[in-house]
Design a protein around this ligand. Structure first.
Ligand code: ADP
Length: 334
């Protein structure tokens, strides 16, 4: 492969960091979550105490990490960043917790992927600002309580349903991030174009906004690809023509669906007669992990009315058949 995926994603992380809004007032969209968060932070500030623990849920790329960084910036406190998969043992978590400073923000990304033992330690730490460090093994093992300074956990998850209730209950505030509408994405893209020094007109920006699956990360990524196209084949100017050509090249269709979205709909309609079909069978048919199909493709397809979830599995909606140019079986069409 000419482009190494690892290096590419490192580059992407650098660009993403540059494009993140730094303050709540600069964060377009998600007005409800933003207003709620602003209240929680302001109240804590006036009380002179740390805010309640905050849980952010929603599909990837909608701004959970960005908001966690903003929480720390608004509180003017440092932030420690780690993730569920990095915490496989309670000891890993104990090491992080015991080194936190007072008022520090602990960002736990993919919190639903933490080990059970770490989860239990986290409940106690969130509730009582205490961890029990186990010394020794077997019958002689003793738990030594360690007091922690007050801190705020900001947890992020794409699957809030997977969080055990006791952990979910420890969060005083949960913000659900939803897909962005085209006008918010337009604002985000204008801002990104400015920061990246990309010369873009309104028609180009609004075309990209309408085909970004409601997701800022995708919008920013498409903007960079359209800029590439404009620099190589066009005048360097991001306009409607450049947007059309680049989006075609990168397999983004008129509805903003990408290759995985279309593969899922295609499998549902052509291989499974419209379904219903179980998630794991569907995932195998498109050669992806169930988790990817469920957290990345499905929420958008369901929200846009291409797919429905039924108790017996996933099914294609009439819009999916129409989008693929197929005729649904007669019992579905009636
Ligand atoms: P998540 O943690 O939910 O996967 P991130 O916070 O990492 O998403 O956001 C991904 C990218 O999208 C970042 O580069 C960020 O700058 C951008 N982004 C997300 N939300 C917004 C927003 N409301 N305004 C501007 N950019 C955003």
């Amino acid at each position: 492969r000419i482009v190494d995926a690892g290096a590419d994603s490192d580059d992407e992380r650098v660009v993403e960091a540059a494009l993140r809004p730094k303050r709540l007032s600069e964060f377009p969209g998600q007005t409800r979550v933003r207003d709620q968060l602003s209240l929680v932070l302001e109240a804590a500030r006036r009380r002179g105490s740390v805010p309640d623990h905050i849980l952010l849920s929603g599909p990837p790329g909608l701004g959970k990490t960005t908001l966690a960084l903003i929480v720390a910036a608004e509180l003017e406190r440092p932030i420690r960043i780690t993730s569920g998969p990095a915490i496989q043992h309670a000891g890993d978590l104990a090491a992080v917790l015991s080194s936190l400073d007072e008022g520090e923000v602990l960002f736990l990304d993919e919190i639903h992927r933490m080990s059970r033992s770490a989860e239990e330690m986290l409940y106690l730490a969130m509730e009582d600002f205490r961890v029990d460090v186990i010394v020794g093994k077997g019958p002689g093992a003793t738990a030594i309580p360690l007091e922690l300074p007050p801190f705020t956990v900001v947890g992020a998850t794409t699957r809030s349903g997977l969080l055990p209730a006791p952990l979910r209950d420890r969060f005083g505030f949960t913000g659900h991030l939803d897909y962005y509408d085209a006008s918010d994405l337009t604002t985000i893209l204008r801002r990104s174009a400015g920061l990246l020094g990309v010369d873009a007109d309104e028609s180009g920006i609004s075309e990209i906004a309408g085909r970004s699956r409601g997701t800022p990360r995708i919008a920013n990524r498409l903007l960079r690809r359209v800029r590439d196209w404009a620099q190589v084949h066009g005048s360097g100017h991001v306009d409607l023509e450049a947007a059309h050509q680049a989006l075609r090249l990168f397999d983004v269709d008129d509805a903003g669906l990408d290759r995985l979205d279309r593969a899922v709909l295609d499998a549902l309609c052509r291989r499974f007669g419209g379904g219903p079909v179980g998630l794991s069978t569907l995932a195998i048919a498109v050669g992806e992990e169930s988790d990817t199909v469920e957290t990345v493709a499905e929420p958008y397809l369901v929200r846009e009315g291409f797919m429905v979830r039924t108790p017996r599995g996933r099914a294609a909606a009439p819009k999916a058949w129409a989008h693929l140019g197929l005729t649904p079986p007669r019992d579905l069409a009636t």
